[in-house]
Design a binder for this molecule. Structure first.
Ligand code: ACM
Length: 474
């Protein structure tokens, strides 16, 4: 680690505007009080709790650290003013204050003087975790959320179902989890488990307290071997299928011509919408290689309106752009190269797009040929590759106006532990978080790699596993 004086701009993601006042600084010590309006006492408590290991910060009136709400600011925006006497953090809402607290925690306890004015580039800054190929418990997902919010990630997409497992209890369909969530499920049979509805609700609430929206995904019409293993009546011929624990894709499909399919799908979508306060339901739609194209369109024509019927916006992987999309539908792009005329057409028709190109944002790609975990079908994704690109340049016909945001998916075929999950997540997640939050013109690889180096000792001190990429001077 290189010794250096902390700068006001030593924050990831880089704030929109930083004006240092080098002569000033404020040092947090035990007894430094934090005050907040009633709407943000939980945010103030979060700040105090994160410093509690070393400092005792009373939350009360007239604190030297003052949290203020200003409805004139956008909801996620904040302003942080640090003088020698005080710290004033102003947020558009409690959410903006929460992001300001993350900035403060990265800078503290010796806070350089000056003013930061900050707001995100994109409304949707996501990470995805695949619970189907390897299950992570509710407590493990919650711990992961705590690491994500440090980088101002505000959506966690949970890939809850796939060929190898079904990970959410659905009322009326008990075999989904009894058969496909139990022992022996997951890739190589090593990732069993499922979330009960109560556990899912607990994760959703925990995320919401940290201003993170859970985006549940039920993948269909492909990636459904776990469904058909539990309920053979949902196959084309009603015959049982074998359990699959390999990592193949594209071989299973719900049957577009069977009414039972739609009874099942609507039950599941309604159940998931009922327990999901966030605005989105992801219906998958990817890699349906064994679904005839006509059947794929027939299926989506019936299914894409269902999230809307239960009050949600449908998200689907970009293959859904081949179908007629409801006005509120969102297309998630994941390809590695080339044009995507369907996606461009959807964008021209006003549909929003989430950028998640596999060769930049897939956290399950190996960093380099020697990476012990991960896959390489989209190439190797070094930290620099995950940083040095721009979402608005990626696809002809899909510019800034069409973008809802950016997501970093983590598929779990090769994961066996939380340490594995963290190793592939860090340090690429901070890179993608900066792509999603910071102004394009302000982003710079040299600056990023220098700021990133400071996280090595912090991750070590807090027991977070990360890849010591040779691109960074740790
Ligand atoms: C995907 O990677 N199949 C969306």
């Amino acid at each position: 680690m290189r010794a250096q004086t902390k700068q006001l701009s030593d924050v990831i993601p880089l704030p929109a505007s930083v004006r240092p006042v080098p002569a000033a600084s404020f040092t947090i010590v035990s007894g430094t009080a934090v005050s907040a309006p009633p709407s943000a006492t939980a945010v103030a408590a979060h700040l105090a709790a994160h410093l509690a290991a070393k400092w005792d910060l009373p939350v009360g009136e007239g604190g030297a650290i003052r949290l203020v709400e200003d409805s004139g600011l956008p909801a996620e925006a904040y302003r942080l003013e640090i003088t020698s006497e005080s710290v004033t953090l102003t947020g558009g809402t409690a959410q903006g204050l929460f992001w300001g607290v993350q900035t403060l925690l990265q800078l503290g306890p010796e806070l350089p003087g000056g003013v930061i004015e900050d707001a995100p580039r994109y409304a949707y800054r996501g990470a995805m975790l695949d619970l189907a190929r390897h299950f992570f418990t509710a407590d493990e997902v919650k711990a992961h959320i705590d690491l994500l919010v440090q980088f101002k990630i505000n959506h966690l997409h949970l890939h809850l179902t796939d060929d190898q497992g079904w990970r959410l209890e659905i009322p009326g369909w008990p075999l989904l989890t009894e058969v496909s969530g139990g022992e022996g499920t997951g890739v190589d049979g090593t990732g069993p488990g499922f979330l009960t509805l109560a556990e899912y609700a607990d994760v959703v609430a925990y995320a919401a307290e940290r201003f993170v929206t859970i985006v549940p995904e039920i993948d269909m019409p492909g990636h459904v071997n776990a469904v058909q293993l539990a309920y053979p009546e949902l196959t084309a011929d009603g015959q049982p299928v074998s359990q699959r624990t390999d990592a193949e894709v594209g071989y299973s499909s719900l049957v577009a011509g069977k009414e039972e399919t739609y009874a099942f799908v609507e039950d599941v979508i309604k159940a998931v919408c009922d327990v999901t306060p966030g605005p989105y339901l992801h219906i998958g739609g990817d890699e349906c290689h064994s679904t005839p194209p006509e059947d794929y369109r027939t299926f989506l024509a019936r299914v894409l309106p269902l999230p809307g019927k239960y009050g949600k916006r449908a998200i689907g992987w970009h293959e859904i752009a081949a179908a007629d999309l409801p006005e509120t539908a969102v297309v998630q792009y994941w390809r590695i190269e080339g044009d995507a005329p369907d996606v461009a057409r959807a964008a021209a028709a006003g549909r929003q797009v989430i950028m998640a190109p596999a060769d930049r944002t897939y956290l399950d790609m190996k960093y380099d040929p020697d990476t012990r975990l991960g896959l390489d079908w989209a190439g190797h994704v070094s930290v620099r590759r995950s940083y040095d690109w721009d979402p608005a340049d990626r696809l002809p016909g899909v510019g800034e106006q069409a973008l809802l945001g950016v997501e970093a998916p983590l598929w779990s075929e090769t994961l066996r532990s939380v340490a594995d999950l963290q190793y592939l997540t860090f340090p690429r997640l901070p890179a993608i978080a900066e792509v999603a939050w910071s102004p394009r013109a302000a982003r710079n690889w040299e600056s990023f790699r220098t700021r990133l180096a400071a996280f090595g000792p912090r991750w070590e001190a807090t027991g977070v596993t990360f890849h010591r990429s040779p691109e960074i001077d740790w």
